[in-house]
Design a protein around this ligand. Structure first.
Ligand code: HQG
Length: 183
């Protein structure tokens, strides 16, 4: 029996990066037909549409958005889609979890979006720490002066699942936090 994580990872792959893997097409806003996705999942994993709905509903990060009979990933895409997110005023401070080995490059050139549409930022240290922990190596949490960035004209977007997104964070707005001191 496949577990929820396997199915959720497959959905992230298809809805963010490679819809062709499932013979699906995303529209310009990232939506695809939910019934068709469920058919593909039934063929691959042998689970019903009700199970898919449950997985979407129980996803702790709320990665997927369902609207009538359409579904899309709330953020994290590498394929070009327009999520039609409106700029919103960020909290004064945001956080980004990363790895010690990326730090020198990040402090030099800032945070850049890499393969995704945006740089992903978290509103609290605990979430940023979890993002950092996805990869092997020593964790680093960076503090972003979002207030100063916003005052300087940088735009921020809040995804449907509460992730703060921006195009890039120049190094002058970044500092490494001492997690024990901030805890
Ligand atoms: C790093 C997960 C060198 C950056 C999470 C990160 C998140 C640089 C990596 C979402 C750099 C990119 C996104 C620079 C940035 N030089 N390294 N100039 N600028 N980096 O996966 O933020 O579980 O694209 O620090 O919860 O780790 O998939 O971004 O380490 O919200 O739903 O380059 O993915 O969500 O990695 O994670 P990613 P991320 P899901």
């Amino acid at each position: 029996m496949p577990n929820d994580t396997q199915i959720s990872k497959f959905m992230s792959l298809v809805l963010r990066h490679a819809p062709q893997e499932a013979g699906l097409v995303l529209d310009e806003n990232g939506w695809t037909d939910f019934t068709r996705l469920c058919e593909v999942i039934r063929e691959r994993f042998g689970v019903s549409a009700d199970e898919v709905l449950r997985i979407v509903d129980e996803c702790p990060k709320k990665r997927f958005t369902i609207d009538e009979n359409r579904i899309r990933a709330a953020q994290g895409h590498s394929v070009e889609v327009d999520l039609e997110l409106r700029p919103s005023a960020p909290p004064d401070i945001l956080f980004h979890g990363t790895k010690e080995r990326f730090l020198a490059a990040i402090l030099k050139e800032g945070l850049t979006r890499q393969a995704r549409h945006h740089v992903h930022l978290s509103s609290d240290i605990a979430t940023a720490t979890k993002v950092a922990e996805r990869r092997k190596g020593d964790d680093v949490v960076l503090k972003i002066d979002a207030k100063a960035m916003a005052a300087g004209g940088f735009l921020f977007f809040l995804s449907e699942n509460g992730v703060w997104l921006t195009n890039a964070v120049p190094p002058e707005f970044l500092s490494k936090i001492d997690q024990e001191a901030e805890a």
